[in-house]
Write a protein that binds this ligand. Structure first.
Ligand SMILES: C[S@@+](CC[C@H](N)C(=O)[O-])C[C@H]1O[C@@H](n2cnc3c(N)ncnc32)[C@H](O)[C@@H]1O
Length: 193
């Protein structure tokens, strides 16, 4: 299946996938930093994992998705893309996933309200020069301007994202590069040596 068909399917079926600019940023990061082993939190239908694995035959992606229907579509897309040997999708809640493996990149694109927890939980799985990349830190501009939404749950979510961003800025444990103008707001976080 062509990547554009996956994009179309996502649009038609309201499946959230990475915005072009954010995805390009991550693909460049992978190329420039010789990233080979990736953990992705939030597979959806496999769009970003397919794009990452397509960069290089030696790239391995482990990707986690809680929703069974999306996981099934991802599995199909991965098989059709001929990437089954490079991408390992799991139908699992991130909270239940444990591994001793080390990753060069942990890409966080799932439950935004849990970002702080994911940061604390998964830094132990970063390889020496590894980093975590968080997407959607602007949440379509709403994080910095709550009046853009009337939805109470969206406001609450954006307040949590705001607090997470503040905690990144104030922290002393991590190196943080925040790119508010790229995609939907991206942070690259690594552990200080
Ligand atoms: C923004 S989408 C991922 C998009 C994907 N990375 C892409 O760009 O193609 C976020 C996904 O995370 C999944 N998700 C949310 N909470 C989760 C959890 N606790 N465990 C596993 N997956 C979760 C959602 O079901 C959703 O499909």
């Amino acid at each position: 299946m062509e990547i554009n068909k996956i994009k179309e399917y996502a649009k038609k079926n309201n499946v959230p996938i990475m915005m072009d600019e954010g995805l390009q940023f991550i693909l460049e990061y992978i190329k420039n930093n010789e990233v080979l082993n990736i953990l992705e939190l939030g597979t959806a239908i496999g769009y970003s994992s397919i794009c990452m694995a397509n960069l290089n035959k030696n790239i391995k992606v482990t990707t986690l998705e809680i929703d069974y229907d999306r996981y099934k579509v991802a599995l199909e897309n991965i098989n059709q893309a001929g990437l089954a040997s490079q991408i390992e999708p799991f139908n699992i809640n991130i909270d239940d996933y444990e591994t001793n493996e080390y990753f060069d990149l942990i890409f966080v694109d799932a439950a935004k309200s849990q970002y702080g927890k994911y940061l604390e939980r998964f830094t132990k799985n970063l390889s020496i020069n590894g980093c975590m990349i968080f997407d959607n830190l602007m949440f379509h501009g709403i994080v910095d301007n709550l009046s853009l939404t009337r939805s109470r749950s969206t406001r609450q979510l954006c307040e949590k994202i705001f607090k997470f961003r503040e905690s990144l800025i104030e922290n002393t444990k991590y190196n943080v590069n925040y790119y508010e103008n790229i995609g939907d707001g991206i942070a690259v976080v690594s552990v200080k040596n």
